[in-house]
Write a protein that binds this ligand. Sequence first.
Ligand code: ADP
Ligand code: MG
Length: 339
Amino acid sequence: MELHSTQLGEFDLIQRFFKKQSEAMLAKNPGSVSLGIGDDCALLKTEPNHEIAITSDMLVEGRHFFADTKPEYLGWKALAVNLSDLAAMGAQPIGFTLAIALPKADAAWLEAFSKGLFSIANTHACPLIGGDTTAGPLNICITAFGAIPVNKSIQRSGALAGDDIWVSGIVGDARLTLAALRHEITLPQNDLEIIQERMHEPKPRVELGIALRSAATSAIDVSDGLLGDLKHILKQSNKDAEVWLDQIPKSTTLLKQSKELQNRFAAAGGDDYELCFTAPTSKRDVIKQIGQDLKLPLTRIGTVKPRQNDSLNIALKHDDGELSPDQVNTMLQSFDHFA
Ligand code: ADP
Ligand code: MG
């Protein structure tokens, strides 16, 4: 595609902000990439007995981010959300493509965007291998590719009755940041500074996903809210669940808020990019060890139950009892873009 712009030509732009950095990465470690940016297609090598995991995520201005979001954060987050999907399947990232529409070819903006993008790309040795660049309202679409040994992918449909339900890290801080930025609540500047990284620069749990290949029965990354995403696992596994709200891991900043807000943001806030997964009780020690090795807290937050009837049921328990069905429904309404 052609980018109509007076500031900077399309090919100069690709060369300066994308191709150069990509070539530097591939020179160090070509991995599965036999041909990167510059031809009509990129070429990936597949290892014997591996499958390729493919995922796309789009970031749209006004919908997924504020117009004034720092471009460095956008570069980071656009790739992070895709790597998080690879993590949820247990895939090892091998490369990604970037389709981007830009209102104008602004060198300072592109410089910062590219910096954030390649910072996370380098962290996970996941090179940019191609894409498309066009003029238009700001829209960033990344497709990421990962490799998994055949029969080792972790799918949503594998949860078994009696399995533990786990979540990595802490949840709720991205939603808490959003609430502060939208002035729904007031947070001391100090607190905001500590937690806002969770919204702007989420850390996809790639190593965890890979480590869980032989331990987890199902997994999903938490993008739309912990309970809403758990619901996807339960639906596809045809199971019910019991979840202990007070066990859901929260930051000290979130724990300063009202109990109602704590539970709502942690259980249904979204944008966390942690992994929620299920595993048999016999794997508790293995999972604890994985958490220690990765220096990442892994917390048991509930149990998978056999399906009772046609409709999915999640019992939400807290220290003083159990939420009513109405309260559960409100909690379960995770983020829906067309709601
Ligand atoms: P075509 O017209 O054949 O689709 P383009 O002229 O759009 O090719 O792109 C030229 C090369 O630059 C291709 O290899 C393409 O993958 C790459 N490319 C274009 N835009 C981007 C981008 N935003 N990021 C990375 N690679 C890009
Ligand atoms: Mg093209």
